[in-house]
Design a protein. Structure first.
Lengths: 278, 195
């Protein structure tokens, strides 16, 4: 995750004037993506992975509550805030029960909107940090294999919706066991931690993920990446670790031109890695 | 009301029942953006008035009034917003007095809003050409990428493109982008590239 990138916020409203107003309020602080219908909101959310969704209730095709439910089903934990002129008690309560975290009344008040958006973004980042700590590999601090497989399930759903490619890489340390016997556990742990740090630094987009796969292996999840892109990432990662005591090698790769049903149907744990054992 | 507002602008806004200061703040203080949004809103009011005089399903009328209320509130058209808020709960009853009052408000508001538009247009600064023609290609490429990503920053490309594009093309492109029809805007770029 690139900590310097602006937070990504999806604004969903069927009225251009309302999107304009929210964009003008937030543009300096966040990157704003927009959708003017419920169907478009689901599509853009799958493509752009927003950290927060500002969602109108009255959309031309789907009701905001339905869009909210579908977004949360596809991206569990995605924070959603309703922005609506329906601001009576019953609507606000229904919106919160539908899974939204907050409710902002139209017309928006710029300072309040910015403050509430920043609050939600801060909470989301803290939540993600907490999840990362809970699901981290104890030695390297990377995501664990279990966390990787959870994310993979989500990315499969999103790739299916967006029709975008999805790539997985598995990288292994060549000769780790003999190295451990010769150099000892402390040096081996230090090497794995250094490898992990360099791989983490090589994840350039917010949605990219690297995890500790097993004793001598790492796995990378690269949304919206086709085979050529995945190989380029692999070569870059290998090059970034080339000066370390042991080389990395590509132990497996899966790159799908589109989200094929086979990928979605495959249990993540039984994923067949092309080139396994090579 | 912004401190740099002229007497004419203050007077026109007050007469039209428009809280201009808050509305401009919602548009980041950008008068040109507010002007174009208000133009679009005022252009739609005759159709809204006609719709109020036709029989339509209560749910459709309720939704339309609600949407219009939200947009009017965003633009600071406060007097009309209040009328819409009063009428919205009675959308199912076409004979309700609040709907008649709304129609009257729409009649009364349109010339006053057009007067406000005229003052805003008269006070709008002329666009300044700062970019060179050589910048057009890269600017359009960047815009195409923003449109494909549904990135609202595409809005910010428009001022730079205005002096570089043929006025008719600029009008088409800005209309599509400002109405957030990014697919139509992207199609325009493709057509121009092909021609």
């Amino acid at each position: 995750m690139n900590a310097d990138a602006k937070p990504r916020v999806l604004v969903v409203d069927d009225q251009a004037i309302n999107i304009q107003a929210i964009y003008r309020c937030l543009a300096g602080e966040v990157q704003v993506f927009m959708a003017t219908s419920g169907a478009q909101a689901l599509q853009v959310a799958a493509q752009q992975r927003p950290e927060l969704v500002l969602l109108d209730l009255e959309l031309g095709d789907l009701h905001g509550f339905e869009v909210c439910a579908r977004l949360i089903a596809e991206q569990p934990g995605l924070p959603i805030v309703f922005v609506s002129a329906h601001d009576d008690e019953a609507q606000v309560a229904a919106g919160l029960q539908a899974g939204a975290l907050d409710f902002i009344a139209k017309p928006v008040q710029p300072a309040l909107l910015r403050a509430r958006v920043q609050t939600q973004l801060r909470l989301r980042r803290l939540e993600l940090q907490l999840q990362q700590l809970q699901q981290a590999d104890g030695l390297t601090g990377l995501a664990s294999r279990a966390a990787f497989e959870q994310r993979l399930a989500i990315e499969q759903r999103l790739a299916q919706r967006s029709g975008r490619p999805l790539a997985l890489l598995r990288l292994a340390v060549a000769g780790l066991r003999p190295h451990a016997e010769a150099a000892g556990p402390a040096a081996t742990d230090a090497l794995l931690r250094e490898l992990a740090a360099r791989l983490q630094a090589g994840m350039l987009r917010p949605a990219d993920l690297v995890a500790r796969w097993d004793g001598d292996g790492f796995a990378c999840l690269l949304p919206e990446t086709a085979a050529e892109g995945a190989m380029a990432v692999a070569e870059r990662l290998l090059a970034s670790c080339a000066d370390l005591a042991l080389p990395l090698r590509i132990a497996g790769a899966v790159a799908l031109a589109q989200a094929e049903a086979a990928l979605a149907a495959a249990a993540p744990g039984s994923m067949i890695w092309a080139g396994e054992g090579a | 009301m912004p401190a740099d507002s002229s007497d004419a602008l203050r007077g026109a806004a007050q007469a039209a029942g428009v809280g201009l200061g808050a509305a401009l703040a919602r548009m980041g203080g950008m008068r040109d953006v507010y002007l174009r949004m208000l133009e679009s809103f005022v252009a739609d009011l005759p159709a809204q008035h006609r719709a109020l005089q036709t029989a339509e399903p209560p749910a459709d009328r309720s939704r339309r009034l609600h949407t219009l209320k939200g947009v009017a509130a965003t633009l600071g058209v406060d007097a009309l917003t209040r009328r819409l808020a009063a009428a919205e709960p009675h959308a199912a009853d076409a004979q309700h007095p609040s709907l008649a009052a709304l129609r009257a408000e729409l009649d009364e508001a349109q010339p006053l809003l057009r007067r406000l538009l005229a003052v805003l247009q008269a006070e709008a600064p002329a666009p300044v050409a700062v970019a060179s023609a050589a910048a057009l290609g890269p600017a359009l490429q960047q815009l195409a990428a923003q449109l494909a990503a549904h990135d609202a920053a595409a809005l910010d490309a428009l001022p730079g493109l205005r002096p570089l594009l043929d006025p008719a093309r600029y009008a088409q492109l800005s209309s599509a982008i400002e109405s957030f029809d990014f697919a139509a805007a992207a199609a325009l770029l493709r057509d121009w590239e092909a021609s």
